[in-house]
Design a protein around this ligand. Sequence first.
Ligand code: NAD
Ligand code: ZN
Length: 268
Amino acid sequence: MDDLYRQAAEIIAAGKRVAAFSGAGMSAESGIPTFRDPGGIWDQFDADEIGTSSGLIETALKNPELIRRFLGQALDTFERSLPNAGHSGLAELEKLGRLRVVITQNIDNLHRDAGNSNVIEVHGNVYRARCLACGRKQPADKAQIHRKLRALLSAERLDLVALAKLFPACPCGSPTRPDVVMFGEPVQQLHEAYAEAASCDVMLVLGTSGAVYPAAALPHEASQHGAKLIEINPTENCFHPITDIFIREKTGAGIPRLVEKVKARLKG
Ligand code: NAD
Ligand code: ZN
């Protein structure tokens, strides 16, 4: 195993454009369940009722208690989640000048919280507001959103009008919504993500099953353009045939160990 880490560190140290591509597994050790874990959110809620914007509005009007339960569970999870050692390792890799970009499918803001500065969030970010009229995007204060939502969920009746105003209005005066990609909506910054994938020479593939397209095409794009793929995941998945080095490990343990090896390689 140590040998695999050493080989991967060699590749990263020699890389000119290193990219990371992360999925839900990256945040599992921060307490956010992946989609495919038993007990994950889609085990308990119907994606048609909650996962599309039209379904969400219809459900809110018909069954506000279901929305309260869903939001309560999401809030309990997100309120407690902090970047884990894997996120911090990627931030350190950026500081070492060894990581150019993080492309993530996660919406939890944990890569930014950890300190990565160039993050492409193809499925959006739940702590960013998007104007329904002009499309302008504004980061929202995490603690404030948590506090306001907790107060709304604690009231005797769920106030849907106040819920719709959870995020501050746009400077143009129009209402906003969380800037996340719901089922059936287009993926964000796909052009930038493809350009990074096509031009990187190393891609770290971290905690993603490769089941959700078009994001899952990015490692294939990188590989087709000659990049080396280093994957960290406790389970083999769709990327296995194109992976150059597969490290069977959780990202919270595997990334810090890999970063230590990169540091040793850069020193020596
Ligand atoms: P997925 O649920 O399909 O797969 C998760 C992957 O993570 C699996 O390959 C699993 O083996 C791996 N994994 C589990 N624990 C791990 C750990 N500790 N370390 C490393 N890997 C681990 O997730 P996906 O491929 O990202 O696709 C699902 C979709 O779910 C994405 O669109 C994503 O936007 C969304 N999602 C996001 C979050 C979040 O923001 N944190 C959470 C759940 C789902
Ligand atoms: Zn606006």
